[in-house]
Design a protein around this ligand. Structure first.
Ligand code: ADP
Ligand code: ZN
Length: 424
């Protein structure tokens, strides 16, 4: 499945696409949509014919809250999850037993791809509730036969003791929480010797952050991508090459489009990720606009597996427009994490002062570089502002703060506070 190519892959995708369109027709929203577009399953004669079908947006799913997008009776739904609600009212996702099996299979495939086996001890340090990262990885890791430690989040000291006491070899959590675990481990004076693999995802993180986490935790770190609407994590994952994430082509049909025009883009061109899941039973989706920004890689991966996407740069609604310039939190993270003086956290505040947007970034200093000498601090501050200006093309104000003084996150981090809408 993983290395399927050419006509064989196309035939499989076509078969599954047609099945998905038929399944979607059971949802009143899609029946209506397809009718309006004058498209039926008979019009899908090659995977490319999918472009005849209109996009599905997050707001469509929200309008069907809670169960309007189910294609099967609730009786056949054995579990529901919801999105984290990062961007408004959460979306409810339903799973049939078959969906849960498919999903576990994909997660198991990812874990196996990076060399994990039934010899491994897997600590799953993410939220176990409605968030798909918890149960999703849990059952995938069990399927591989790993010894799973369902530690969930919180009580970071206890998490670290468990890693040491149980000899945990693989850790799954958000990159933000991994950073916090590393920090607390350092304070506790443990080097987490048993750890060898880190699986981090659910939010954007840079290659610099990868280097820092690998060094601090002593792991090889892999990026994991997914979203609740696509089952959850497990949709795309890095192979040992760690140069792009393989998007499982037997389970998801991927397009990259220009967000504005909706036109399809070529490999190598950055745009919005649009996904049609090929195996979903309870909640089929057609051309779902993820809002996530990435591109299809235009070269073949030496590992022999299929299509890859570049690491996610952020989502289109993360983008801040500051004095007309587009800025993504991930760009700021990228700049800051390349500077040795910077510690683990930053926080961005956006204000409108005298009709002008002002961006202020509070940056925690690295413990080693943290000294009370004002002169030194202002040099570091200037250096940061210059580095940010180079990349963002924007003047920012940097405020250096003490290590450990900004909030920590157990799940997805929140780095931006936009105060422009507020009256002062
Ligand atoms: P919500 O959309 O409410 O946050 P989810 O928990 O389903 O709900 O989160 C999915 C989103 O998380 C994705 O659309 C994407 O923006 C982000 N995400 C997930 N994995 C990654 C990753 N590896 N890199 C960057 N962003 C990611
Ligand atoms: Zn590969």
């Amino acid at each position: 499945m993983e290395t399927l190519k050419g006509a064989d892959l196309e035939a499989l995708q076509l078969k599954r696409l047609r099945r998905t369109v038929r399944q979607a027709e059971k949802v009143p929203f899609y029946a209506q949509r397809l009718k309006e577009a004058g498209v039926s399953v008979d019009d899908i004669k090659s995977p490319g014919d999918l472009t005849k079908i209109p996009f599905t947006y997050k707001k469509d799913l929200q309008s069907g809250y809670p169960f309007g997008f189910l294609a099967v009776p609730l009786k056949q739904v054995v579990r529901i999850h919801t999105t984290s609600g990062t961007t408004g009212k959460p979306t409810v996702v339903g799973y049939t037993r078959q969906d849960l099996d498919n999903w576990s299979e994909l997660i198991a495939r990812n874990l196996t791809m990076v060399g994990l086996t039934d010899e491994d001890i897997f600590q799953n340090a993410v939220n176990y509730g409605l968030f798909t990262g918890g149960l999703g990885f849990h059952y995938g890791a069990e399927k591989v036969g790993m010894t799973v430690v369902p530690s969930a989040t919180g009580n970071t000291k206890r998490q670290i003791e468990m890693i040491d006491d149980f000899g945990v070899t693989a850790l799954h959590c958000t990159p933000s929480y991994a950073m916090h675990i590393a920090e607390v481990a350092e304070e506790m004076g443990t080097t987490l010797n048993s750890l060898k693999t880190g699986i981090f995802g659910a939010e954007p993180w840079s290659d610099n952050m990868r280097k820092i986490l690998e060094e601090k935790l002593g792991v090889t770190a892999y990026d994991s991508y997914g979203m609740s609407e696509l089952y959850g994590p497990g949709a795309a994952f890095e192979c040992p090459e760690r140069n792009g994430l393989h998007f499982w082509h037997d389970s998801y049909y991927v397009e990259i489009i220009d967000s504005e025009s909706g036109e399809r883009l070529e490999a190598g061109e950055r745009g919005e990720l649009v996904v049609t899941p090929l195996n979903k039973e309870a909640m089929p989706l057609l051309r779902y606009r993820t809002g996530d920004l990435t591109m299809l890689m235009d070269d073949d991966c030496p590992c022999g597996r299929g299509q890859r996407i570049a690491r996610i740069m952020g989502r289109s609604d993360d983008m801040m427009v500051i004095r007309g310039i587009n800025v993504f939190p991930s760009q700021i993270e990228h700049v800051l994490s390349s500077l040795p003086e910077v510690g683990d956290q930053f926080m961005v505040y956006i204000d409108r002062i005298n009709h002008l947007d002002e961006m202020t970034i509070e940056v925690e200093m690295n413990r080693e570089f943290f000294s009370g000498e004002l002169q030194d601090l202002s040099r570091v501050q200037k250096k940061m502002m210059a580095a940010l200006k180079d990349v963002l093309n924007l003047r920012t104000k940097v405020i250096l703060v003490e290590p450990g003084s900004l909030p920590r996150f157990e799940g997805k981090a929140k780095h931006v506070v936009d105060r422009r809408g507020q009256a002062f």
